[in-house]
Design a protein around this ligand. Structure first.
Ligand code: ATP
Length: 449
C-alpha cells in the first residue's frame, strides 16, 4: 500500500471559485497553454496549446464529434478548406456587414468595441471617445504572387459557410433526406478589436459547428431540440448546471435573417459569457448561395413533390472556449492528509492523461519490470505516463493537478499476488485489483459514459 493509503480529504473550495490568473498560471506551469512566440516576447492574445493542452483540446473535440456525429443517425462530418472563393463572403453578407463598431480614446489612444462599453467615456482613463466607425473583422490575404484586388481571399471567419456550399455534395453523395445535419470542426479567424480573457477571445480560434437542415415549419421544434441537446452536452462532460444559462437574443440583437437565437453562457471568472450560440437561420444561407452561384440549392421533397430551400438550425460552439470552461469548472482545492492540494476534476473522457503508472520502488528491477509491462499494455489504448522520479505523495499531486483520473502503483506485494493499487483522483480512494483486470477497470470508468 502507498504511503497515502490513509489520505483524508476535506473540500476547501467549491468548483468554479478560481480566478483567470490562477488558471493562466496553472496552464503555463503544467504545460497546458503557453503564450505564443514567447521567446520573442509573445504576440498579443495568441496562445499555443502545450503537450497536455493539445490532449485536452483534442478530447473536447473528440467528445463533441462522438456526441453529434457517431451517436446520431442524422449527421455527416465535413472538413472544408479555410480559404474559400471570395464570392462566398459576399453571398454570406460578411464582406458587407461582418463588422464591429470601433471607438478610439482621444487621450490614451486605446481601442474598444462600442457595443462592449457601458458609458460614453474611456473605461481605462475616462477620456473622450471618437464616434464609432465600422471595422470589418475578416483577415485578408492574397492568392498567388500578385497582390492586386483580383487576388484577394479571406481567412474564413466561421466554418459554417464551408458547410452551406457543400450542402448539395453531402446530400447527394450520402443520399440524405431532411432532416439531417453536417458537422465540422476547424480554425476560424477574426481580427477582433479587443481580444482577451486568456483563450476566451482570440484572433485565431477553433469552432465546432453544426448546420442542421430541416423542412420549413419544423424549424421551431428543431431549434428547441438543439438548445436542450447542446446544454446537456456541457453538463454531460462535467460542467455544473447552475454555472450554465441560456440568454435569448433580443429583437435588436438578432441578425435580420434569423428567426431566433440563444447563447449558452457559462459563468467565467469575468462573469456570464457566451460559450455557444444556437440560431434559427431560416433559409437565408442556401437562398443567398443559390442566388450568387447560380446553382440551384433547393431540396426536392419526394413526399410533397415540390422543391424548397431547407431551413437551418445552427449550434455554433468554440473549441477553445469550451476547453477553457471545462478547465475552470474542474478546478478544485481541498486538503489531503493535512496538506492543501489543487486538482482538476475533469471528466475522464477529457483528462489529458488517463492513467499514470508509478512503481513504488524504482531500484527493484522486478517491480520496475511489472510496472513497465503494465504501462506498455495500457498505452496502446490510453494516453498513459510512467513516472518514478519522486516520492509517491508528490507524484500523486502532480497527476492531480493535471486531472489524471487514475494512478496505479506497483509494489513488492504485486510480485506475489499479481495485484496493483489503483488510486482515484477525486476521492483518493484506493482499490487493489488484479493486473489482468486493470484494462477492464479503466475502460468501465474512462470510456464515454
Ligand atoms: P462574440 O459575441 O463573443 O464576439 P459571436 O456571437 O460573434 O461571439 P459566433 O459568431 O456566434 O460568436 O461564434 C460561435 C462561437 O465561436 C462562439 O460562441 C464562441 O464559442 C466561438 N468564438 C467566436 N469568436 C471567438 C473568438 N474571437 N475567440 C474564441 N472563440 C470565439
Amino acid at each position: 500500500m502507498s504511503e497515502e493509503a490513509q489520505e483524508e480529504t476535506q473540500v476547501t473550495a467549491q468548483p468554479g471559485e478560481v480566478s483567470m490568473d490562477q488558471i493562466v498560471s496553472l496552464c503555463k506551469r503544467r504545460g497546458l497553454i503557453f503564450p505564443s512566440s514567447e521567446v520573442y516576447g509573445g504576440l498579443g492574445s495568441t496562445w499555443d496549446y502545450g503537450p497536455l493542452g493539445v490532449e485536452l483540446k483534442n478530447n473536447v473535440k473528440r467528445v463533441w464529434w462522438q456526441s453529434v456525429v457517431y451517436e446520431r443517425d442524422d449527421m455527416e462530418g465535413l472538413d472544408a478548406a479555410i480559404l474559400m472563393h471570395p464570392r462566398v463572403w459576399e453571398a454570406s453578407g460578411h464582406v458587407e456587414s461582418f463588422t464591429d463598431p470601433l471607438v478610439d480614446c482621444k487621450e490614451c489612444k486605446k481601442r474598444f468595441r462600442a457595443d462592449h462599453l457601458m458609458g460614453g467615456r474611456c473605461p481605462e482613463c475616462g477620456g473622450k471617445l471618437t464616434e464609432a466607425r465600422q471595422f470589418n473583422l475578416m483577415f485578408r490575404t492574397h492568392i498567388g504572387p500578385v497582390e492586386d484586388s483580383a487576388s484577394v481571399v479571406y481567412l474564413r471567419p466561421e466554418t459554417a459557410q464551408g458547410i452551406f456550399v457543400n450542402f448539395d455534395n453531402v446530400r447527394e453523395t450520402m443520399r440524405r433526406k431532411l432532416p439531417f445535419g453536417i458537422a465540422q470542426i476547424g480554425k476560424a479567424f477574426r481580427n477582433e478589436i479587443t481580444p482577451g480573457n486568456f483563450t476566451f477571445r482570440t484572433r485565431e480560434f477553433e469552432q465546432m459547428e453544426i448546420e442542421f437542415f430541416v423542412k420549413p415549419g419544423e424549424d421551431e421544434t428543431w431549434y428547441h431540440y438543439w438548445v436542450e441537446e447542446r446544454l446537456n452536452w456541457y453538463h454531460r462532460f462535467g460542467i455544473r448546471r447552475e454555472r450554465l444559462r441560456l440568454r435569448p437574443h433580443t429583437r435588436e440583437e438578432l441578425a435580420h435573417y434569423a428567426r431566433a437565437c440563444v447563447d449558452i453562457e457559462y459563468l467565467f471568472p469575468m462573469g456570464w459569457s457566451e460559450l455557444e450560440g444556437i440560431a434559427n437561420r431560416t433559409d437565408y444561407d442556401l437562398r443567398r448561395h443559390s442566388e450568387f452561384s447560380k446553382k440551384d440549392l433547393t431540396y426536392f421533397d419526394e413526399e410533397e413533390r415540390r422543391r424548397y430551400f431547407p431551413y437551418v438550425i445552427e449550434p455554433s460552439a468554440g473549441a477553445d472556449r469550451a476547453t477553457l470552461a471545462f478547465l475552470i469548472d474542474a478546478y478544485r482545492r481541498d486538503v489531503v492528509a493535512g496538506r492543501e492540494r489543487i486538482y482538476l476534476s475533469l471528466h475522464p473522457a477529457l483528462a489529458p492523461i488517463k492513467v499514470a503508472v508509478l512503481p513504488l520502488l524504482r531500484n527493484r528491477p522486478d517491480v520496475v519490470e511489472v510496472a513497465r509491462g503494465l504501462h506498455k499494455g495500457l498505452r496502446r489504448r490510453w494516453k498513459t505516463i510512467y513516472n518514478d522520479t519522486a516520492g509517491i505523495g508528490r507524484l500523486y499531486r502532480r497527476q492531480d493537478e493535471i486531472g489524471t483520473p487514475f494512478c496505479i502503483t506497483v509494489d513488492v506485494q504485486s510480485l506475489d499476488d499479481r495485484q496493483v493499487t489503483v488510486r482515484s483522483r477525486d476521492t483518493t480512494a484506493q482499490d487493489r485489483i488484479a493486473i489482468d483486470q486493470v484494462e477492464r477497470y479503466l475502460s468501465d470508468r474512462t470510456d464515454l459514459c
